[in-house]
Design a protein around this ligand. Structure first.
Ligand SMILES: Cc1cc2nc3c(=O)[nH]c(=O)nc-3n(C[C@H](O)[C@H](O)[C@H](O)COP(=O)(O)OP(=O)(O)OC[C@H]3O[C@@H](n4cnc5c(N)ncnc54)[C@H](O)[C@@H]3O)c2cc1C
Length: 398
């Protein structure tokens, strides 16, 4: 998100704007982006969520031309297929109706239609399926991030490796002090400060912590509402199967009735898969260790039931990453904080953020350089909804 903002700001404002990205780990080893599954879909119900994903597809198609000829984001539009049982069927129909009105190419399939289109799926207990077959699938998140970073740098954005630890305020004489300077620590334990004209908070899963340093959620009035973004650990397993009737190279990303998902990963027969843990049993976020028992008990049985070829799978790799989970409403926050003239937030997409990165980068650049949204009106993502306690409900979250 930070590199997307840096790129679009430099693209828009050129040399007239000095852009500095402060990044605590330039290897991005633990960044959500580097650890993402890279799924992109249009099957949302908030028009802005659809428009943002749509822009990302356009952006990725032009990536080699506009961003970096040496980096291929590997956009694979095999579609996204979501299965539901009786309980979820009404909601699926409602979402598909809304999506069609918004121009999304989504097809509803009965169990029989599903079986004839995708014969490798066992359709037991599937009441309905939604197949998004245009501009849906997955891409390589690492390529997106590296391309944006390199392009931003080539346009003059500077990257500093350091951990943001604090902000320095100055009195305005009004109700709220202004934020004047960001404080960060480099690897040699030295403290540094940068005074800024505008600051964007885009620290992924740690954005809630950093917002508190900016007094957000710690005072009264407009500063009383917290930015409730926190890390939530999610596992990704790489699997391979020797079974018969394996989902082919053209198979879509599948989200099972159990919410376990899988998709092809490259052409060597690997798949990646995962599933969110139960709400009351979130794993510890002290580390990025992978729980293999979670796969054995919560994913494999579901996948093997749904895809008979996965009964004989083996796990060939795994990793864990942190969702930047917005406890308030699972949607992103984008825009200026209402208590400040110079402090913007760009975080909290809670597991559907990778597909928003180009659009939110462009949006924040429009806010800062043009003074308002010019392409997609993203005002409804502003922090005002948090202050007013009006959650933004996206019906089509996985
Ligand atoms: C396992 C997994 C699967 C996912 N799958 C999907 C998917 O299929 N589709 C989808 O749309 N989204 C998915 N997501 C979500 C998506 O990856 C995120 O929404 C997106 O990457 C968030 O980008 P970001 O830039 O906000 O966060 P990050 O990529 O985490 O970047 C934040 C950066 O801030 C830096 N930082 C943090 N604190 C500080 C500090 N104090 N000082 C300086 N720098 C700091 C970090 O080092 C990091 O590089 C997934 C996420 C995970 C973990």
């Amino acid at each position: 998100m930070g590199s997307s903002a840096a790129y679009f700001l430099k693209k828009k404002a050129g040399k007239s704007l000095d852009v500095v990205v402060i990044e605590k780990d330039c290897t991005y080893r633990k960044a959500s982006t580097a650890l993402s599954s890279g799924c992109i879909r249009q099957q949302f119900t908030i028009p802005q969520n659809i428009m943002m994903s749509r822009f990302t597809v356009e952006f990725l198609r032009l990536f080699k031309k506009d961003i970096d000829p040496d980096i291929d984001p590997n956009l694979t539009c095999n579609g996204v297929l979501t299965l539901t049982n009786e309980e979820g069927a009404e909601n699926m129909k409602k979402c598909a109706g809304l999506q069609k009105e918004l121009g999304v190419n989504v097809e509803l399939l009965t169990a029989d239609a599903l079986k004839s289109k995708f014969p490798w799926i066992r359709t037991d207990a599937v009441a309905l399926a939604a197949f998004g077959c245009v501009n849906e699938g997955w891409f390589d998140p690492w390529a997106l991030m590296m391309g944006l970073r390199r392009k931003a740098q080539s346009l003059g954005a500077r990257y500093v490796e350091g951990e943001v630890t604090d902000f320095i305020f100055k009195s305005t004489g009004g109700e709220y002090d202004a934020i004047d300077e960001v404080v960060f620590r480099t690897a040699d334990s030295k403290q540094h400060g940068i005074k800024f004209n505008q600051c964007i908070l885009a620290a992924g899963a740690y954005s809630g912590d950093i917002a508190r340093k900016a007094a957000i959620g710690t005072k009264s009035g407009l500063l009383s509402a917290p930015l409730s973004i926190e890390p939530r650990k999610r596992y990704v397993y790489v699997i391979k199967s020797q079974g018969d009737n394996i989902p082919p190279l053209t198979a879509p990303l599948v989200i099972d009735t159990s919410k376990a998902y899988f998709r092809r990963d490259g052409t060597a027969g690997n798949f990646i898969c995962g599933r969110s843990p139960p709400k009351d049993n979130e794993p510890s976020t002290d580390n990025l260790d992978v729980d293999m028992d979670f796969f054995e008990t919560n994913i494999w049985p579901q996948l093997a039931y749904r895809i008979p070829a996965f009964e004989s799978l083996k796990v060939v790799g795994s990793w864990a990453g942190f969702y930047e989970f917005n406890k308030f409403d699972c949607n992103g926050v984008l825009g200026k904080h209402p208590a400040y003239d110079n402090f913007y937030i760009m975080a909290g997409y809670s597991g559907h953020g990778i597909q928003k990165i180009p659009a939110v980068g462009r949006g924040i650049a429009e806010l800062i350089v043009d003074g308002g949204f010019k392409t997609i009106d993203l005002s409804l993502l502003g922090f005002d909804r948090v202050v007013e306690n009006k959650p933004l409900v996206e019906l089509a979250l996985v």
